[in-house]
Ligand binder design. Structure first.
Ligand SMILES: [Cu+2]
Length: 131
């Protein structure tokens, strides 16, 4: 009886440790992800054209090189698997993952507005080409 209780206690501790470990780790990015990096500056995306393959996950890293101005990355075509709207704080890297479902050319842009107008009007736009 005592032995059974000890075994159950050990089993409980092991299960708790395992559950704790799995909760801490975020799901890993898909192994077959297409990795793309864009440098985000005021007021540009570099490169401003990115080419990816339809049906495969895209792991997009947005690398801000601004020292003050926050930007954003928006691509808005949910029917094509493209529904991204993320803020990019100045000087930080932000990574998003999405899977384009249809081929075509899709515009992306910065949705921020400054004192002197929208960043989009200042040229913060580009094209995602899905092949
Ligand atoms: Cu911007």
């Amino acid at each position: 009886m005592k032995l059974t209780a000890s075994v159950l206690a050990i089993l409980f501790i092991v299960l708790c440790a395992y559950a704790g470990r799995t909760q801490e780790s975020a799901p890993p990015p898909p192994a077959n992800a297409q990795k793309v990096e864009i440098v985000v500056d005021s007021y540009s995306f570099d490169p401003d054209t990115i080419k990816v393959t339809a049906g495969k996950p895209v792991e997009l890293t947005l690398r801000s090189v601004t020292s003050l101005v926050p930007h954003n990355f928006t691509i808005d075509d949910p029917a094509s698997g493209l529904d991204v709207d993320v803020d990019i704080p100045s000087g930080e890297d932000v990574t998003v993952t999405f899977t384009p479902q249809k081929t075509g050319k899709f515009p992306f842009y910065c949705g921020k507005k400054g004192l002197f107008g929208s960043h989009l009007k200042k040229g913060m736009m580009g094209t995602l080409e899905v092949m």
